[in-house]
Design a binder for this molecule. Structure first.
Ligand SMILES: Nc1ncnc2c1ncn2[C@@H]1O[C@H](COP(=O)(O)OP(=O)(O)OP(=O)(O)O)[C@@H](O)[C@H]1O
Length: 244
């Protein structure tokens, strides 16, 4: 059996909030193979963002284990986690997280600079070209549309060629056409480059672009749909929402 790119074992995350603890993740176990595109769905509050953050090393689980490329995240100290995130992981968030004072090209180059490596302008241009924004390299975020900003965020996540890219609602703020383009880009990274993509979404059409859909409810993994159509995913989501 081949080692999974991402192995998630009995993951639990409790938050101490208000009168009692909140269980955001309640024992999630799943393996994700290299080069696969996985969508994470579930009703509001079901634990999707918490799962993404724990698996990406942005948050520490209460118990359980995440292994990325054979490296156990729980065994890393903060410095080790930071290095792993910089070198092996890319992030695309709905709020884009671009730095407003930097141009598109400078934003894309940032992870390379943060990793203390030399920036090859050709790599930055290639990443911007891949997302169709070669002609916007010197624009600042405020001079770009929402969809263009999201594509800069994807170019930034691509530039270090990370093994795994985590995307939290990457198409949430985009119109249909731009959304399709962003999804095609992510699909291409998995199929064409063998990168592993994990995407949180509420949109069954977006989820249908993935190889499989993980369905969360109350912090548990309640279903996994492989190769499902948008209609089948929407029907399953409606049932999940009706029972929560
Ligand atoms: N920092 C926190 N402190 C306390 N509770 C939290 C915290 N973050 C999340 N939670 C709780 O954990 C549960 C899961 O939250 P999470 O954000 O992972 O859900 P989600 O599925 O991503 O929701 P949505 O679709 O609405 O974004 C929720 O009940 C939420 O209120």
């Amino acid at each position: 059996m081949t080692t999974p790119m991402v192995a998630i074992k009995e993951l639990r995350r409790e938050y101490d909030a208000g009168p009692g603890p909140v269980t955001a993740l309640d024992g999630v176990t799943v393996d994700l193979a290299a080069g696969t595109f996985t969508a994470v769905m579930g009703p509001s509050g079901s634990g999707k963002s918490t799962l993404l953050h724990c698996v990406a090393g942005l948050d520490r689980p209460t118990s359980g284990e995440v292994t990325i490329e054979g490296v156990r995240l729980g065994e890393l100290d903060e410095t080790g986690l930071t290095v792993l995130r910089r070198e092996r992981i890319g992030f695309v968030f709905q709020a884009f997280n671009l730095i407003s004072s930097l141009t598109a090209a400078q934003n894309v180059a940032l992870p390379v600079r943060l990793a203390g490596r030399r920036i090859d302008p050709a790599d930055v241009n290639a990443a911007l070209d891949d997302v169709g924004l070669a002609d916007r390299a010197h624009h600042r975020p405020v001079e770009l549309s929402g969809g263009q900003q999201q594509r800069v965020a994807i170019a930034r996540a691509m530039v270090t060629r990370p093994a795994v890219i985590f995307a939290d609602e990457p198409t949430g703020a985009l119109d249909n056409q731009t959304s399709r383009r962003v999804l095609e880009l992510l699909r291409g990274l998995a199929t064409g480059r063998g990168q592993t993509i994990v995407m949180v979404t509420h949109d069954p059409v977006a989820a249908a672009v993935a190889d499989s859909v993980l369905l969360l409810a109350d912090g548990r993994l309640v279903d996994r749909l492989d190769g499902a159509s948008a209609e089948a995913i929407a029907a399953r989501m409606t049932r999940a929402e009706a029972t929560c």
